[in-house]
Design a binder for this molecule. Sequence first.
Ligand code: PHE
Length: 340
Amino acid sequence: MIDKINDLLRRVEAFKPKVDNEIEEFRIRMLGRKGEMNDLFEEFKKVAPEMKKELGQKINALKNRINEKIAEMKAAAENAETTAQSQIDMTRPGSNDPIGSRHPISLVKNQIVEIFSRLGYTVAEGPEIEDDWHVFSALNFPPEHPARDMQDTFFISKNPDILLRTHTSSIQVRTMERQKPPIRVICPGRVFRNEAISYRAHCIFHQVEGLYIDENVSFADLKQSILYFAKEMFGEKARIRMRPSYFPFTEPSAEVDVSCNLCGGKGCNVCKHTGWLEIMGCGMVDPNVLEASGIDSKKYSGFAFGMGVERISMLKYGVKDLRLYFENDVRFLNQFDSVY
Ligand code: PHE
């Protein structure tokens, strides 16, 4: 029996836990009800009486040593933990989780909306899938107009004609049908045209159109509102000019140019050496359009305007290729948040 005790003592001294929970396993293996110490006590009951004193002392010493050893191992484990913790350098800079940035289209769209909201415009929205009435007929498009052709517009069905809206003017029609003048709305949204993708065209792009209807609204009001917008968007030095144009839904109609903000109007590559950049179409709402939506054209007049958000963004930031807005390359996208 003495050999057994010595052997166990040797194994206790040699034991080294690799992970912390091995300490508890060790305790159970040694001191548990079916553990090695228990076996020894069982055996001790059978030893001759004259041996009891010496063996009893040895067994007790062994048991004490095991308890001591367990306490030592626990203390060592705790110590290791606190050292590991104290090795964390709290003054090191944290790791930066990348945060996304707003898309430049959203930034510029929000900015356009914000500028016009200062003039009292509220935002109106409408469906991207539209019927012929709201995109074309109510807006005075003649039956043979090329926009009604499959070449130019994405049709979902013909007869009845259901299509992807080609401009957000459809929202203006819906607003006029719903609301009595005075009307002052700004209509942002995605529009679709059947065009080949290039550096300056895309089959999907974004527009913001505006509509103002009240008594005695004049072309002078239109011009002043657009000038205010141009200065807010492109800077205090911005000037505008209007060139006569044509749209089925406005009469008279105009294209608006803003003085080139990159060369200050002197002429550069971006403005093709003209000093001017085209930014939008506009005009006085055609009386036919007012009447089609149930508004008395004798009493009311109004103006409308519409611009492409990508185009405004390209001109403002000197972006040369429209496709960049759709590729979602973060190296392009995250350059804008700090700008606005
Ligand atoms: N709807 C026109 C377009 O998409 C823009 C426009 C709106 C022109 C309002 C004049 C008045 O091109």
